[in-house]
Design a binder for this molecule. Sequence first.
Ligand SMILES: Nc1nc2c(ncn2[C@@H]2O[C@H](COP(=O)(O)OP(=O)(O)OP(=O)(O)O)[C@@H](O)[C@H]2O)c(=O)[nH]1
Length: 668
Amino acid sequence: MYLRLRPLAATAATATTLASTVFASTVLRPFPYTPGARLQSPLSHTRRCYAARTPENKRGEIDISAYPPERIRNFSIIAHIDHGKSTLADRLLELTGVITKSGKNKQVLDKLKVERERGITVKAQSASMFFEHDGDKYLLNLIDTPGHVDFSYEVSRSLAACQGTILLVDAAQGIQAQTVANFYLAFGEGLDVIPILNKVDLPTAEPERAAQQIESTFEIDSSNILRISAKSGLGVDQVLPAIIEKTAPPQGSADKPFKALLFDTWYDTYVGVVCLMAIKDGSIKRGDRIVSSHSGTKYEVTEVGIMHPEQTPTTQLQVGQVGYIVCNMKSIAEAHVGDTFYREKCPVEALPGFVPAKSMVFAGVFPIDAGEFDSLNESIQKLTLNDSSVSVHKETSAALGQGWRLGFLGTLHMDVFRQRLEEEYDANVLITSPTVPYQIKYTDGVTKFIRTPADFPDAATMQDFVESTMEPYVSATLIFPEKYLGNMLELCTTHRGEIQNHTFIDETRVMLKCQLPMAEIVTDFFDKLKSKSQGFASFDYEESGYQSSDLVKMEVLLNSEPVDALAAVMHKNSVVTVGRDIAKRLKEVIRRQLFDIIIQTAANGKIVARETVKQLRKNVTAKCYGGDITRKMKLLNRQKEGKKRMKRIGKVELPQEAFLSIMTKSQD
Ligand SMILES: Nc1nc2c(ncn2[C@@H]2O[C@H](COP(=O)(O)OP(=O)(O)OP(=O)(O)O)[C@@H](O)[C@H]2O)c(=O)[nH]1
């Protein structure tokens, strides 16, 4: 039965009792009737998806007040990259009528152009669905999260708005490194984890084996694991009932003052800043005034709604629900992810918020045309609002002028950010080679973080004032078939890794743990991992602090002038190979000009390697038919002078590849 009487505000006690009833027995009871309670307007129940298709008022706002916490499930899907999260999200949205089954809807929640082009999820997205189970209507909020390690910050933020999660595992590939990392992330957040095996339609699928791996690795009973094909839809109808039955409803009370966690924001060209919030207590509607705990700034709410899958206004948002709020937030710097919002004059205790994302990789970003500095500044600000894990500092380079030093979570994150800047904001930028944050301990006890190689002390300073240099390390997990064990051990050791242990997750698959310098991952570690395991190894890591290391600065000189933007920091043992490599690669990418370009790499005050890009010859005497030798000499001398002048004042044109080629090692 669809319609029932319900009080507008269920008491906390009622909510808790119902919640435990739902959880314990999955038999849902009708809401207790409170005399005087308002009757909810009937909703169409001809289809399972109904509410959003029937606007309740003239403004087109729908009424979702019929969904107290016990009728809500906030869940996410976590998995290793490409295990089918976005495809499953599509099927669930189709099943609940949020999108049509036209076949045109592919990875609906991958909204960004970069996501569609690369086939990866970069940004967590949410979508609300209405679903009927055992005669009761539910509001289900799905938060699709990225799978790649660089975006795990997005995952952990999204998990803070959920109570349950689907751990999706490709039945053909089995558990991979990010399955393990994401499971522990969800487990640490105290979420109810529902393992599901996907891609059972594949001829190579081995669901029994994958189930065994789940049981042995996570100690989860594998006897009831759902087996589905998100592609064909097989078994997908069992997923939402499982979510309702096996995950807890959100906590909170409708009677308490409004309290909400801001867990995502983005910039909308028409309405400005849009805040995605999880409502922890109370309710909010258009016209209410709210306050940011972080800044104390007051805002008037101009619209509230749910993502269905686009922004769909609702009459209100209440406890347990996840939705968006537009509140005249003009400045993009105002939205602070992790902030707690409360109703004006009803302050509440702020929620713990999030530990800020730590940048693992830094790179300089400069406008190709210096005149575009201001517009690029604005674009970077807007994009960082949408991706708060990017840290921004202004930077000035002698070679490249005014720009920024941006901090990213990894190199894929950096590349995606650049692509979004170019595609969504039409920016024309040059990005310098990525570097990790180093630490320098000086003899006077001061410790300094080095985000740009240009700031790394030179050889003389190192000798006189530096006590030690340190670099960031990560705890890495690799999972691969046993036959690649030799290759993987070699890969880790050649990248200065310290092997910790290796265990078998089943008869043929190995999980290897090791400590690796972060700087080694920034290079072509992933490419080598893929080629040395023929694509069968997966990799994940988390930072594990700093370790002392013998570091030196490698300078690049073009015609004897050091180019600060090409400098790099590296381990002293790599100096010769990397120095030669950089010089060689720069020679390949620098165009020939009307003068010789001498490329030198130097470390500790010594030249390590030298290459020459030969000049383009211009025959200035070609037009001198016959004529006397003095005229020819005059022209040749003038050309020589010109060349000298160009050597002195002319700028060597460096292409983008020159900057990105610095950290890519070509040996081994
Ligand atoms: N055969 C088969 N292919 C599937 C199934 N589910 C997903 N795929 C395919 O697997 C690939 C990856 O699917 P996605 O849904 O993009 O995977 P994802 O986990 O969202 O990927 P990221 O967001 O990048 O982590 C796509 O080519 C899908 O068509 C399935 O059940 N069977």
